[in-house]
Design a protein around this ligand. Structure first.
Ligand code: ZN
Length: 489
């Protein structure tokens, strides 16, 4: 495949030319949502970032198997090894089955993703549906000698692993520091060191979600599902593993350790991480009072929001930043994005109405190449958008008849806009406008068919009335050999 796509690999800390493991197919795994609450901006950014990558890889001609998991088990309250399962807790409070909680929030998540025009992944496996695979994975780690059992739970032996491999290679954390600060465990704890992490946890009596295993009735550790499901669906070695930067440590670091321990080799070729979103310069959090769900953005129903923002405004806003830079949400910034998006879409709509001239006096022929180059430079969507804005300026010059474009250049410009605006950036045109335009065309066609029937019946009064009144409204009706043609003068 001929392309020069480079992506930043968190593992090597540099941009690398993307070369897939198997010729024309790409395996891509992205850590998906935990489903015990409404989706918020923190969910939108990785979804849109990896949607952009998914779309672009397909545009390059790759067949992509995109796996995005559903974390519906084993997420404890402090994201480590203790506390109550978040889904179980919500189920207890709402007096429903845990799987009702999962389904409720998963349905809502899918609705939000569809609104953001995020394409569904190829496979969306649930952690709860892969308990057997996770147990098998723990056994492999045990057989390789990197896990120990303690009171019905199984822990990963970080120190032992680090003697043969490198724990900390992804996050850059210093294992000696980690071991040093965790040396003081006094034997009260099940774990040998606090840096060790759970592969399997014995369930406390009040823990609702649990499964049988060789060690205890319990549940898998947080990091295990991605190792087990990633390798199940993409093979022991696959191309891309992505997620938010907050997952680098401990989640992805632990995934690398688990997979390397169980399989004896590196599983992932390129690690990709999107940066975080802040709100008015602050971290987002329920306790900070700035926790805004996607539904609240779409409806404007939150005290911090001056108005509602459409899903496409949110999508465009996120794409205006390269995925590795931070994004700060504010009403001001969102309104600027809304205006920018409108300007782009207005330009795109005007482009459709341009009548080609004999010569091109605007230089737009390399727009496609420049947009491709920006995408190939680690998915630099803000540069793509900047190029499209330059083209909008040129379109406006043509529309105001201060420049012209020939027919071949016009077709190329239309194709480039369609490709980058709709297919790659995934900007959906306003549905209302589209439906409105389609309905309007259908209504005129219907009137002209009634006129045709009247003519066939020699009902000249009706056929003349339709023609004359449409003409008076500004329509140009032409009777040709192949039927009636119409346009608005
Ligand atoms: Zn994960």
């Amino acid at each position: 495949m001929e392309h020069k796509l480079s992506i930043y690999n968190t593992l090597s800390r540099k941009k690398e030319l993307f070369v897939p493991i198997h010729n024309n197919t790409v395996g891509m795994y992205v850590c998906g949502p935990t489903v015990y609450g409404d989706a918020h901006l923190g969910h939108a950014r990785p979804a849109i970032t990896f949607d952009l990558l998914f779309r672009y890889l397909q545009h390059l001609g790759y067949k992509v198997r995109y796996v995005r998991n559903i974390t519906d088990v084993g997420h404890l309250e402090n994201d480590a090894d203790s506390g109550e399962d978040k889904i179980g807790k919500k189920a207890r409070l709402d007096q429903v089955e845990p799987m009702e909680i999962v389904q409720r929030y998963l349905n809502a998540y899918h609705k939000n993703m569809e609104a953001l025009n995020v394409l569904p992944p190829s496979i969306e496996p649930h952690a709860s549906g892969h308990i057997i695979e996770q147990i098998e994975f723990v056994k492999k780690i045990q057989e390789a000698g990197f896990a120990y059992e303690s009171q019905g739970s199984v822990y990963f032996d970080v120190e032992k692993y680090n003697q043969q491999h490198h724990y900390g290679k992804l996050s850059g954390r210093n294992i000696d520091d980690l071991l040093e600060t965790t040396r003081e465990l006094d034997g009260q704890d099940e774990k040998r060191r606090s840096v060790d992490f759970a592969l399997w946890k014995k369930a406390a009596p009040e823990h609702i979600m649990h499964w049988p295993s060789p060690w205890s009735k319990g549940f898998p550790g947080w990091h295990l599902e991605c190792s087990a499901m990633g390798t199940k669906y993409l093979g022991e070695q696959f191309d891309i593993h992505g997620g938010g930067m907050d997952l680098v440590f401990p989640h992805h670091e632990c995934e690398i350790a688990q997979s390397t321990a169980a399989l004896g080799k590196e599983t992932v070729k390129y690690w990709m991480h999107n940066n975080m979103i802040t709100i008015n310069g602050q971290k987002m959090g329920k306790s900070l009072g700035n926790f805004i769900t996607l539904d609240q953005f779409f409806t404007g129903n939150h005290a911090s929001l001056e108005k509602a923002y459409s899903p496409m405004t949110i999508r465009f806003f996120i794409l205006q930043a390269q995925y590795r830079s931070t994004v700060d949400f504010s009403n001001e910034a969102l309104q600027a994005a809304e205006k920018g998006l409108q300007r782009l879409l207005d330009g795109y709509a005007r482009l459709q109405k341009i009548v080609p001239g004999t010569a091109s006096t605007v230089e737009l022929s390399n727009l496609r190449d420049r947009c491709e180059q920006a995408m190939q430079d680690d998915l630099n969507s803000p540069i793509v958008i900047a190029h499209l804005f330059e083209a909008v300026t040129a379109i406006n010059t043509i529309v105001s008849e201060n420049a012209s474009i020939n027919s071949a250049d016009l077709e190329e410009l239309k194709a480039t806009f369609k490709l980058f605006v709709e297919v790659i950036l995934g900007i959906q045109l306003e549905n209302d406008a589209q439906t409105g335009a389609d309905a309007y065309k259908a209504a005129i066609d219907l009137l002209l068919r009634i006129r045709q029937e009247a003519k066939t019946n020699k009902d000249w009064a009706t056929s003349d009335k339709i023609r004359n009144e449409l003409t008076a409204m500004g329509f140009d009706i032409k009777d040709g050999k192949d039927g009636v043609e119409w346009s608005l003068k």
